[in-house]
Design a protein around this ligand. Structure first.
Ligand code: F6R
Length: 629
């Protein structure tokens, strides 16, 4: 949530910051702002702050009129937590004297008490945000702290060193922060701190960079430092120094990024969502590369020995949103093939329950971003309780990857559209591999069976391509039938029920049309009462052991006048007897149907959203990384 960027170097900072913010906009787009170094009439340094409510494009227009030669600055794009979206609440926030400015991503849990004490000591607050306490704390550490009559604390001298002041301020704060700070008295310096909020640092030929995500700096460098909790960085034009909480010099590891900027551009597509949907055949292929060596399934990043895996007697998949839906697919596969009981739980629920965990429990944490706060908290909780934790994430070096015993990377590459598409497919493919491995280790599937299934899994890449190449018209017609509805119902059985959940989420999050997913067999226990001609029922009725049952349920809906759209298997002509619209997928083993049948639902949601005039890449109220509870 929230994106931060900073640059100090040889070039003008303004454009670099705006460019970085545009790339980070998926993290939040309620408001945006920059702080740039400047000089006053007498040639003395000061900090200029420009902020706007709304997307980065608005800030960019405002900055056109700002003549800035600054070569050092920081920027922020916000997803509001404390305080509504407004100019006053937009970052950067400044100290009372305006000489210190900062951008922050995270939540300060003890901000109310810090704010009260700061007000008592004479500070004036300009916003409702938790972040602003940091500006005043740093100001006190820098300039000196007045005596506090209420607590009896005596006055303290300032340290007049930005990095030292930031370090000192952090000792008072409870919560999460990724922080970048500039000070008019130290031109060209950016002080950076991190705790539980992503920060990456890069050094390019023309300067030093800080950002929430590598995507903002990849033009300048592919070698970045992923700052760890409790580490600090001081960026200057000439270079970067790293220190720990005590101020001791450290040398953090450098991570090389192996994807390039083309992957983060639209590449001729009208929006990122379509581009990312169309990348899905590649995601399947890349996620499978190197996974079958010498006829054996190869997942060596597992962090568990075969003996440890063999002892697993319970699996929990914990995740949020779309990643949770990937977990629903995994449950079907793990129980079907490996015969291990598997529960899927929203991480936000799991962390506050007391789930039954033993040393033979495997917790699989699924997260595209690898930084979802609830998923991370659930991982920590599960590990304390003695579970082995295995992460499935799309982001190399992310907290989920670092805090799990082992990890599979989904190879979706950067996903920009806020609604997850290709990362879901990468997750389902990765979870399928895990299910196959568990089945093999448990002796429930032979090596030969695993090889056959692996090869069929690979075929889903071409099957997705077939859907992309042939079903556009059918999806368009189905979207026309949905666009004016007040609500929609997604139904299916077995795998179809799991897929229905993802179809409904995609539709509601990008088109703002209410949608619900229901197990088809449950319709007559309540939801069928909702049905009328304006209420489309979207069914996943591909050829599977429960096909006939699903069709019977659809007949019940048809008899009550529902408008029926069906995702069916190519060649199924009978389905036209009950369906108003049919979207086909190629014949596929039921176990793999989620990988293909989800694709038309993604495209349908996008079509409906576009017809309703919605921004499919940046839906309202959402942000891609949910780093708050
Ligand atoms: C929906 C969507 C969200 C995320 C959820 C979890 O399209 O993207 O529901 O799936 O916020 O995010 P990650 O996977 O990053 O943990």
């Amino acid at each position: 949530m929230c994106g931060i960027v900073g640059y100090t170097g040889l070039d003008q900072a303004k454009d670099i910051l705006v460019d970085g913010l545009k790339r980070l906009e998926y993290r939040g787009y309620d408001s945006a702002g920059v702080a740039l170094e400047a000089t006053d009439g007498a040639g003395d340094p000061r900090i200029d702050v420009v902020r706007r409510v709304g997307k980065v494009a608005g800030l960019e227009s405002e900055l056109v009129g700002v003549d800035s030669a600054a070569t050092c600055g920081i920027g922020h794009t916000r997803w509001a937590t404390h305080g509504r979206p407004s100019v006053a609440n937009a970052h950067p926030h400044v100290s009372c004297d305006g000489r210190i400015a900062l951008v922050h991503n995270g939540i300060i849990e003890n901000f109310a008490e810090l704010r009260e004490a700061l007000v008592r000591r004479g500070h004036t607050f300009m916003s409702d945000t938790d972040t602003e306490v940091f500006a005043h704390l740093i100001e006190e550490a820098y300039d000196g702290r007045p005596a506090d009559a209420a607590t009896g604390e005596p006055a303290r001298p300032g340290c007049h060193d930005l990095m030292g002041a930031v370090r000192e301020a952090c000792t008072h704060v409870v919560g999460a922060y990724g922080l970048a700070v500039v000070c008019a008295d130290e031109p060209g310096v950016i002080a950076v701190a991190r705790k539980d909020s992503p920060i990456i640092i890069g050094r390019g030929e023309r300067g030093s960079y800080v950002a929430s995500d590598v995507i903002a700096v990849i033009d300048a460098t592919r070698d970045v430092v992923v700052l760890e909790d409790g580490q600090f960085a001081r960026l200057t034009r000439e270079g970067i120094t790293y220190t720990d909480a005590e101020g001791n010099a450290i040398e953090p590891a450098v991570t090389h990024i192996d994807w390039d900027i083309d992957m983060a551009e639209k590449g001729g597509y009208p929006d990122f969502m379509l581009k990312e949907i169309c990348e899905q055949p590649r995601v399947v292929r890349d996620t499978l590369v190197g996974r079958m060596t010498g006829g054996e399934l190869d997942i060596d990043e597992l962090g568990l020995t075969m003996e440890e895996l063999n002892l697993i007697d319970r699996v929990y998949v914990i995740a949020c949103g779309t990643s949770y839906h990937a977990g629903l697919i995994a449950k079907n596969l793990i129980e079907m093939w490996a015969r291990i009981p598997c529960e899927v739980e929203a991480a936000s629920e799991f962390r506050y329950r007391n789930p039954i965990i033993t040393p033979s429990t495997l917790v699989v944490a699924v997260s595209q971003s690898g930084e979802t706060a609830d998923t991370l908290a659930a991982i920590r909780d599960a590990r304390i309780k003695g579970a082995k934790v295995f992460g499935i994430t799309n982001v190399v070096g992310s907290p989920v990857a670092r805090e799990s015993d082992g990890v599979i990377y989904t190879k979706a590459n950067k996903e920009i559209a806020v609604a997850s598409t290709k990362s879901f497919i990468g997750q389902v493919v990765s979870l399928t591999l895990l299910a196959l491995l568990l089945a093999q280790v448990k002796g429930k599937l032979t090596t030969g069976q695993v090889r056959l299934l692996f090869s069929e899994l690979g075929n889903t890449a071409e099957q997705i391509q077939w859907i992309l190449d042939t079903q556009e018209e059918a999806i368009h017609e189905a979207a026309l039938a949905c666009k004016d509805a007040h609500s929609a119902l997604f139904v299916g059985r077995g795998m179809g029920a799991a897929i229905a959940n993802e179809g409904a989420l995609k539709l509601k999050e990008i088109s703002y049309l209410h949608a619900e997913a229901y197990a088809a067999g449950e319709m007559k226990h309540g939801p069928i009462a909702l049905i009328d001609r304006d209420f489309p029922v979207i069914a996943i009725a591909t050829k599977s052991p429960v096909y006939d049952k699903t069709v019977s349920n659809l007949k019940e809906c048809e008899a009550r006048g529902a408008k029926i759209i069906v995702v069916a298997t190519e060649g199924d002509e009978d389905i036209h007897k009950i369906a108003d619209h049919v979207i086909y997928i190629p014949p596929v083993r039921d176990a793999f149907s989620a990988i293909t049948a989800t694709v038309p639902l993604q495209l349908l949601a996008r079509e409906v959203a576009l017809m309703r005039g919605c921004d499919v890449d940046q839906p309202r109220n959402l942000a891609k990384s949910v780093t708050v509870e």
